[in-house]
Design a protein around this ligand. Structure first.
Ligand SMILES: [Fe+2]
Length: 291
């Protein structure tokens, strides 16, 4: 097996842990882009990471940061900073909820595409994020921002029987999707309890290998009534439904060629995501050959 030689993948930033998952003085093994890493938390709280190379040597990672409560690393030379999420610093009383990390035997890109796909709500999350009687996806716009380095779907709306742990009756929900890099997606969803404000749900997917990944996720939501346990239970139920779909998708790498897996008209977001990935030059986790 070769060392990852994909510069686009190597130069990106990835989350490898949630800060509080690792106790002071502890270490853990993890994988990123098929490479073996050892993440250590010093007694003073700082993180270090060793890259165990295939020739038996180990190299400390130069690019390691803490941001948004997570530990980020890059194996290459990052061409830009870790994404900015303004809602972490806007002073609004959103709760931060770490939603844990969940392994998925598929590519990170399959996970992001599923998260970004509006047409699956009614069939995969029936009774919560969608229902059979309102399966139609209203039009939305796909936009490229930050010189094409971010992909957004804006003006999305959907009737959701139970849009969040805080939701009472079914309601029309409005939101925007942001794909800030191939393995990072955030939903900005209109808050049901604070009109005019947004709740955030984010996925930072760690591409451990081309066909397996770890999903780190968080929510920043306006919700003063539900317990963390109740909110987490809601999210885990939703993600378990997504995971059931993801484990069965083949190939596990995401095909980018337009002749493969021709999507339905409502899958404009999926088509845009695949084209955007294709143009990025990324190889890792993508199926670029016709099969
Ligand atoms: Fe889903």
């Amino acid at each position: 097996m070769n060392v990852c030689d994909d510069p686009v993948a190597l130069n990106d930033w990835y989350v490898v842990a949630y800060v509080d998952e690792l106790g002071l003085g502890k270490s853990e093994q993890t994988q990123l882009l098929g490479e073996e890493l050892e993440l250590m938390r010093e007694r003073d709280g700082r993180f270090r990471c060793l890259w165990h190379k295939r020739d038996g040597t180990a190299e400390p990672l130069e690019h390691i940061r803490q941001r948004y409560g997570f530990v980020w690393v890059s194996l290459g030379r990052p061409t830009r900073d870790i994404l900015t999420i303004a809602e972490f610093d806007d002073g609004e009383p959103r709760r931060f909820i770490h939603r844990g990390r969940i392994g998925v035997p598929s590519s990170a890109q399959r996970v992001i595409e599923n998260f970004f796909d509006l047409s699956h709500f009614s069939f995969v999350h029936t009774g919560t994020l969608g229902g059979y009687d309102a399966a139609e996806v209203p039009p939305y716009r796909v936009e490229y921002r930050e010189d094409g380095r971010e992909l957004w779907a804006v003006g999305c709306s959907f009737f959701q029987p139970k849009a969040s742990a805080a939701a009472g009756l079914g309601t029309q929900v409005y939101y925007d999707y942001r794909i800030a890099s191939p393995c990072i997606a955030i939903i900005y969803k209109d808050s049901l309890v604070r009109p005019g404000k947004k709740d955030l749900i984010g996925l930072f997917v760690q591409p451990c290998g081309e066909e397996h990944c770890t999903v780190h996720s968080f929510a920043r939501v306006f919700d003063e009534t539900n317990s963390d346990e109740h909110i987490l239970h809601f999210y885990h139920e939703i993600f378990a439904q997504d995971r059931m779909i993801l484990v069965h998708q083949r190939p596990r790498k995401l095909p980018v060629h337009p002749r493969q897996e021709v999507p339905a008209a409502s899958d404009a977001s999926s088509v845009a995501y695949r084209r955007w990935l294709d143009r990025s030059g990324l190889q890792f986790g993508l199926e670029r050959n016709l099969t």
